[in-house]
Design a protein around this ligand. Structure first.
Ligand code: SF4
Length: 310
């Protein structure tokens, strides 16, 4: 990198600090191989929270309060492009997001990343830790969802996964089988995994924000997501994947502790406790809005890129 690029990067980072930006766009965001950059991008507010809602049913819109999960701690060793700047408040502001979006060009020129991603290491006993979480979830009565569930759905997959997919909550099929993403939305997720990523379900980990089905597939209430937060956090920290991919607004807002829309959150790499986070649409939303598959594929390509990061 030339001296001039270093100076530009410094100015960029200072402007981020002044704006309190929490996530900084990375080089190549929204641009994938095979000319994906020319593909249409879904409107900024196109996915309402409650992506699993059935067609014809009212959804809750985007004005719901986010789950009251604790703000993620600053990650040690995270590159400046992904970490809050020293002394800067952790805040995600609309103004900051606009500024971040404007800065993509500079970041792409070399100021927004390129260094290896520092992240927590997978726990050697990850499998046992996941089994421990599942056993606790099986008897959990920490929120009202326990009253209407049939089976708990803790999550499933590899304890050594390089990617963890986090959805909203179990639906009817999941409630009946105790497995995540087994209905129509699950089939679409499998298509993405098998046909798109050349991975099997067994090679990744799949779970949800809440482990019990909300009645009628409604969006989990903030207190329900908060009650269940410890389980998800422990799963993610045990696996410590190379990347977390959130499916739908509920999961993104829970992990990133934000009210921003999917449109505002997509196209950037976020951070959860040192682990990169990519946000994309919920497969149930894709079933109702096939056009959103194009931007989703762009997001998945970024996930694959991060999976290859040492
Ligand atoms: S949703 Fe989570 S917190 Fe609520 S009862 Fe189920 S496992 Fe417990």
């Amino acid at each position: 990198m030339t001296r001039r690029m270093h100076e530009s990067a410094d100015r960029y980072l200072r402007s981020m600090q002044a704006a309190g930006v929490r996530a900084v766009p990375l080089p190549g965001a929204r641009t994938g191989p095979e000319g994906a950059a020319a593909a249409p991008v879904a409107p900024a507010t196109s996915e309402p929270q409650g992506a699993r809602a059935q067609p014809g049913k009212a959804t809750s819109g985007t004005g719901r309060p986010a789950a009251s999960a604790p703000a993620p701690a600053p990650a040690p060793g995270v590159p400046a492009s992904r970490a809050p700047l020293a002394g800067a408040p952790i805040a995600s502001t609309q103004a900051g997001d606009r500024l971040a979006a404007q800065a993509v060009g500079l970041a792409s020129a070399g100021g927004g990343g390129g260094a290896a991603v520092a992240r927590p290491q997978p726990a050697p006993e990850a499998e046992a830790l996941l089994a421990e979480v599942a056993a606790e979830v099986a008897v959990c009565r920490a929120c009202r969802l326990c009253e209407t569930r049939h089976l708990t759905v803790p999550g499933e997959g590899s304890a050594r996964a390089r990617v963890v997919f986090v959805g909203e909550g179990p639906g009817a099929d999941e409630d009946r089988t105790g497995r995540p993403f087994v209905g129509r939305a699950g089939q679409l997720l499998e298509d993405i995994l098998i046909k798109g990523m050349k991975l099997s379900r067994e090679q990744v980990y799949i779970c949800n924000v809440v482990k019990c089905r909300p009645p009628a597939n409604r969006v989990p209430e903030p207190d329900e997501a908060a009650a269940c937060a410890g389980y998800l956090d422990r799963q993610l920290l045990a696996i410590a994947p190379a990347v977390i991919c959130t499916l739908g607004a509920t999961a993104a807002r829970r992990l990133l502790d934000t009210e921003l829309s999917m449109g505002a959150l997509r196209g950037r790499t976020h951070d959860w406790r040192g682990i990169p986070v990519i946000t994309t649409y919920h497969p149930a939303y894709l079933l109702r809005n096939p056009a959103a598959k194009v931007p989703t594929w762009q997001d998945i390509q970024r996930v694959m890129e991060l999976m290859r990061t040492p």
